[in-house]
Design a protein around this ligand. Structure first.
Ligand SMILES: CCCC/C=C/CC(=O)SCCNC(=O)CCNC(=O)[C@H](O)C(C)(C)COP(=O)(O)OP(=O)(O)OC[C@H]1O[C@@H](n2cnc3c(N)ncnc32)[C@H](O)[C@@H]1OP(=O)(O)O
Length: 392
């Protein structure tokens, strides 16, 4: 392993940032948006070179892989021979990122470097041990045991509202889960909520490009995020431990099973918020529950109880809250013992025929939402929410 470390030390950090010639773009604002993330990425590259101590092989491989994914996209190198350990380790790390979008890889690279920097600052300049585990997620708790990878949303004080970091981390966690040893993947929440959906403070930090750039970046993020659920290859189960709002509800239509406590409720107040359906719900909800039931949820914002959501087909089964966790995890552990390839291939047979259509629907929903986010109806709704406590 020592020569692997030496080899990585020599070659893990790309010697220079490849000059990426952005195509001439018509929209000035989108060029600035790309430069903004490009600048952050460049800064992160420089920060890595300034790290006082080697962050450890696993972190270096992660940085290498994210750098390659961000600059070149999915792994395009031929697989090295088994005896070329260094190249093979790097190839494996890059290849493990699969089809992770360049923008997501770029953001994840920036987040990882900033966490390396903050961990060295917050620990009073105590550098991470050479063999320390790579930094985990900040908004999730991800565990893997009994053949199940569990991704738990972990912002309970904010009802597990999804901020940009959580969106990125969920995408990273799903990408990792799609390639790990587990046979099924579970998404659930910590605390009393599954998730209250999009973090409405996301609308407050306006970049230099203004609200148009904000809306454009949000649409890109949403499209990548929902795309990860469309493409996820293993059985994906939602364990809805409490109320769910907005995108936390609509993406349930892309899961393979949804188990809910009888405390859970399902609310998509899109019209109230001046917004419109996402998560492919404009297609999946009419198909799952009938057009009129979908209208009641997506247009009129009717909140469903768990039993109503089950009756309408959005939830697979409802359990008494007192026995929910025990019953659901007993069942999931039994499912996880089934032959993983058969489960994965069966999911493909069931889901593949709709994939392209779902990606097209996702793109259309994101394009409509990008405009909705610029509307007075949306701005007013967000301001009302954020100022509601001031009125109390
Ligand atoms: C880029 C991708 C965009 C994808 C777009 C998706 C569309 C959607 O997801 S639309 C749905 C957006 N979500 C909401 O509208 C829910 C807003 N939250 C609420 O209505 C309430 O918080 C609640 C009904 C979920 C809970 O009410 P409760 O009185 O029990 O608790 P609170 O005191 O309100 O909440 C505790 C704490 O958490 C903060 N918080 C909760 N949800 C959100 C949220 N979605 N965004 C931001 N902050 C949220 C709340 O402000 C409180 O914070 P403080 O303790 O600091 O006041």
């Amino acid at each position: 392993m020592a020569h692997l470390a030496a080899g990585l030390a020599r070659r893990w950090c790309p010697s220079s940032l490849q000059v990426v010639n952005f195509p001439v773009v018509q929209l000035h604002v989108s060029l600035r948006a790309m430069r903004a993330s490009h600048t952050e990425f460049e800064n992160a590259m420089n920060q890595v070179k300034l790290l006082k101590k080697d962050p450890g092989n696993e972190v270096k491989l992660k940085l290498y892989a994210l750098y390659k994914q961000a600059t070149e996209g999915p792994c395009n190198m031929p697989k090295p021979g088994v005896f070329d350990l260094i190249s093979k380790a790097k190839w494996d790390a890059w290849n493990a990122l699969g089809s992770l979008p360049k923008e997501t890889a770029k953001q994840s690279y920036v987040d990882l470097v900033s966490s390396l920097n903050s961990s060295s600052k917050s620990s009073g300049q105590v550098e991470p041990r050479a063999d320390s585990k790579p930094p985990g997620y900040e908004t999730l708790v991800v565990t893997s045991e009994d053949g199940i990878t569990k991704i738990m949303l972990n912002r309970p004080t904010k009802k597990n509202a999804m901020n940009p970091q959580m969106y990125h981390e969920i995408m990273l966690a799903l990408e990792a889960a799609s390639k790990d040893e587990s046979s099924i993947t579970v998404l659930t929440g910590s605390g009393d909520y599954y998730s209250s959906g999009n973090d409405l403070t996301n609308f407050t930090d306006i970049p230099s490009g203004g609200v148009q750039e904000k809306a454009k970046n949000g649409a890109i993020l949403l499209r990548d995020f929902v795309g990860c659920f469309i493409d996820f290859p293993k059985p994906l189960i939602a364990v809805v431990n409490g109320p769910a709002v907005g995108i936390a509800v609509t993406t349930l239509g892309l899961f393979d099973a949804v188990y809910a406590t009888d405390r859970a409720t399902f609310h998509t107040p899109f019209s109230h918020l001046g917004q419109s359906p996402e998560g492919c719900s404009s297609h999946t909800f009419p198909r799952i529950m009938s057009p009129s039931k979908a209208t009641e949820m997506l247009i009129f914002g009717k909140k469903l109880t768990a039993r109503e959501a089950c009756a309408q087909g959005l939830v697979t089964e409802v359990f008494p809250d007192s026995t929910f966790q025990k019953e659901v995890w007993t069942r999931l552990k039994a499912y996880a013992k089934l032959p993983p390839n058969a489960m994965r291939i069966s999911k493909q047979v069931i889901r593949n025929k709709e994939k392209e259509k779902l990606h097209a629907i996702n793109a259309e929903e994101c394009s409509v939402l990008q405009e909705r986010w610029l509307s007075d109806e949306c701005m007013n709704a967000v301001v009302n929410f954020l100022s509601r406590k001031a009125k109390l």
